[in-house]
Write a protein that binds this ligand. Structure first.
Ligand code: FAD
Ligand code: NAI
Length: 466
């Protein structure tokens, strides 16, 4: 029987990064993966394919609507959807091959098949009717998450789709109805909107992007509406009639009331994701779940069974690839006897639309609720030179600093490249920096990042360009 120091079940960003870090620390490591390719949700049907389509559809949109004003005259772009899907697939393949390479480079055994824990220190791997059992000192569960479903609305991945189907539609739907104004709904809605679909988003709550700063979400909604998105907030879809050529969605106010019917060609269900633990044998092994079906862990990622740990989407916390990766590194270090750690107060979140939305730390709503006195510094991209010359002035930077100590508690940005810009705030906050530190840091001119410096100056009421 093969024997290891560590077996990681699942090779998403949590699992494969954990395996690499453990191998770097001298452990003999194997990963178990039930999918034909490594990389998990993120590389195969999540972050990467969605970003490829967001990029390609943005280029399509720019060619159609932005080139002419810069004096670049091109004929109206034509959509070749199969080629765009091919572009997406090439991106997926490149990244997946990259993970294969990392496994080889770090001498990590890749066991293809479904993993099941059959007692502490034993993992059974089943594929194509055959089963092998391997021994290991430690197990990390990194089995990720699956789409959340709506009762009575069956996903066929053709007309009623999850994000997976929405990443591979064979033609642009005339009318796309999206259930859920979260990250997936707004990113994939943007893709199909740019490619020509009419997009309507039905959201249960009275706002979009729950969890993001309210002021940013409001402005984002206005910008999306200007782009042609239609929103029905405080509304739920209760059924979808699939009997005819057109889908008929029954919607009603979230609080109940008269229903109406919305016609659509494709319905995207994007109401969140749920932890995936099917077939892992957790109950028999004694690994406890919490009340939301997530693997229960202590602050050191240890489950209720000694030698079994869990990370990523399958445990509590934001379902984000970089959170899973950092937990992968931390748990490998902990298993190796080091002090692995993740700072959950400083995890950036990005919505990769145009403009992008990025966020780190506390929102204004959270600070109010916690009774923390804070100062706000804001700076609009309309006053940022680089944004002006590029004529991409939508959005603003908002910095929230502790009123007494000036320590930066949250940074929220809506604007082009906001997803890249957020990281200077991340570094500052990791070091417990203040708005004054940021305001006194020299920023290259002309860059969009100068808007961050100006927002930091605005905390002290001394922005220069406003
Ligand atoms: P996963 O990536 O889900 O990987 C789990 C792996 O475990 C899978 O490969 C699965 O096959 C395998 N597995 C499960 N059970 C078993 C078993 N019993 N035996 C063997 N293998 C098993 N996050 C971001 O940070 N940025 C983004 O831009 C972003 N975009 C997204 C877009 C979409 C459309 C979706 C759906 C998600 C997106 N996410 C994004 C979220 C991100 O994909 C997840 O947070 C991330 O993949 C979680 O990583 P993980 O390692 O925990 O699990
Ligand atoms: P989400 O949690 O972001 O949004 C789901 C939305 O659906 C919420 O606004 C919620 O109020 C709404 N909703 C729930 N039930 C509803 C109902 N019955 N009717 C109408 N609305 C309803 O989940 P989403 O967008 O599905 O994404 C899943 C996960 O994937 C997220 O946790 C996210 O972190 C991750 N992800 C991250 C991305 C990124 O980092 N850029 C991109 C895509 C996904």
């Amino acid at each position: 029987m093969a024997s290891y120091d560590l077996v990681v079940i699942g090779t998403g960003p949590g699992g494969y990064v954990c395996a690499v870090r453990a191998a770097q620390l001298g452990m003999k490591v194997a990963v178990v993966e039930k999918n034909p390719t490594l990389g998990g949700t993120c590389l195969n049907v999540g972050c990467m394919p969605s970003k490829a389509l967001l990029h390609a559809s943005e280029m399509f949109e720019e060619a159609a609507h932005s080139f002419a004003k810069m004096g670049v005259s091109v004929s109206a772009p034509k959509l070749d959807l199969p080629s765009m899907m091919n572009f997406k697939q090439q991106g997926i393949d490149g990244n997946v091959k990259g993970v294969d390479f990392l496994m080889k480079k770090n001498k990590i055994d890749v066991l293809k098949g479904a993993g099941k824990i059959v007692g502490a220190g034993k993992v059974e791997v089943s594929a194509n009717g055959s089963t092998q059992t391997i021994e290991t000192k430690n197990i990390v569960i990194a089995t990720g998450s699956d789409i959340a479903r709506l009762k009575g609305i069956e996903i066929d991945e053709k007309r009623i789709v999850s994000s997976t189907g929405a990443l591979s539609l064979e033609k642009v739907p005339e009318r796309l109805l999206i259930i859920g104004a979260g990250v997936i709904g707004l990113e994939l809605g943007s893709v199909w909107k740019r490619l020509g679909a009419e997009v309507m988003v039905v959201e249960f709550l009275d706002r979009i992007l729950p969890g993001m700063d309210g002021e940013i979400a409001k402005q984002f909604q206005r910008i999306l509406e200007k782009q042609g998105f239609a929103f029905k907030l405080g509304t739920k879809v209760t059924a979808v009639d699939t009997s005819g050529k057109t889908l008929l969605a029954k919607v009603e106010p979230a609080a109940g009331g008269a229903s109406e019917t919305i016609e659509a060609d494709v319905v995207l269900v994007a109401i969140g994701r749920v932890p995936f633990t099917d077939g892992l044998g957790l109950k028999e092994a004694g690994v406890a779940l919490d009340n939301r079906g997530r693997v229960q862990i202590d602050p050191h990622f240890a489950t209720t069974v000694k030698g079994i740990y869990a990370i990523g989407d399958v445990v509590a916390g934001p379902m984000l690839a970089h959170k899973a990766e950092d937990e992968g590194v931390a748990v490998a270090e902990i298993i190796a006897g080091q002090a692995g750690h993740v700072n959950y107060d400083v995890i950036p979140g990005v919505v990769y639309t145009t403009p992008e939305v990025s966020s780190i730390g506390k929102t204004e709503e959270e600070l109010k609720q916690a009774g923390i006195a804070y100062t706000v510094g804001k700076f609009p991209f309309t006053a940022n030179g680089r944004s002006k010359v590029n004529q991409t002035t939508e959005g603003f930077v908002k910095i929230l600093a502790d009123a007494k100590t000036d320590r930066v508690l949250g940074v929220h940005i809506i604007g082009r490249e906001a997803g890249e810009m957020i990281h200077e705030a991340a570094v500052l906050m990791e070091f417990g920096g203040s708005a004054e530190d940021l305001a006194r840091t020299c920023h290259a001119h002309p860059t969009r990042s100068e808007a961050i410096k100006e927002a930091a100056l605005a905390v002290g009421k001394r922005a220069i360009h406003m």
